[in-house]
Design a protein around this ligand. Structure first.
Ligand SMILES: Cc1cc2nc3c(=O)[nH]c(=O)nc-3n(C[C@H](O)[C@H](O)[C@H](O)COP(=O)(O)O)c2cc1C
Length: 162
């Protein structure tokens, strides 16, 4: 069983989530390739694809959109799991996301779309990003829950082994 884990990340938080998922699946005995969406040239060899993106202004990042567009035909025949990393559900931040990502996944056999809380560190951001983040009410902090992320990877592993 050969799995691709690919994720679009601007400031690294989503990359680390994808790394954790890949590591967990590898530990379960799967063969895992971990790549940036822009570096993927074919999905032919994979039995399953896990694709994720950070959310910026309600949307997946352009690289993730591009990945879904380039491989939409091939992905139809694969098992796909998708995840977003954003501030959806983080205290003080209003419920967002989801609805804008859904249309990207309608043409593939997506088993599940999960949203994980992310990390916002103003020191990593440009002035423009800080202004947008402030307007959007994004809360400072690292809200990633590694146990929840591992559990999701374990869930995928059990579905693939079933
Ligand atoms: C300019 C800006 C806009 C954001 N917009 C959203 C948003 O619309 N919805 C959301 O859930 N999170 C939003 N976030 C939070 C990011 O998704 C979160 O910080 C994420 O962990 C970033 O991942 P990355 O480090 O992989 O780029 C925004 C963050 C910034 C800096």
């Amino acid at each position: 069983m050969h799995i691709l884990v690919t994720a679009a990340s601007k400031h690294g938080a989503t990359d680390e989530v994808a790394d954790a998922i890949a590591k967990r699946l590898e530990a379960k005995g799967f063969t895992v390739d971990r790549a940036a969406p822009a570096d993927v040239t074919t999905v032919e060899r994979y039995d399953a694809v896990i694709v994720g993106s950070a959310i910026y202004i309600l949307q997946w990042m352009p690289e993730a959109h591009d990945f879904m567009e380039r491989f939409k035909d091939e992905l139809r025949a694969k098992q796909v799991w998708a995840f977003s990393v954003g501030m959806n559900g983080v205290p003080k931040h209003s419920e967002q996301d989801g609805s804008r990502v859904g249309p990207l996944l309608t043409h593939v056999n997506c088993r599940e779309l999960r949203t994980f809380p992310g990390r916002y560190k103003p020191t990593l951001m440009s002035l423009r990003e800080r202004s947008v983040a402030r307007l959007a009410g994004v809360v400072e902090g690292d809200f990633r829950d590694w146990d929840v992320i591992d559990e999701w990877a374990d869930h995928i592993a059990s579905e693939l082994s079933a």
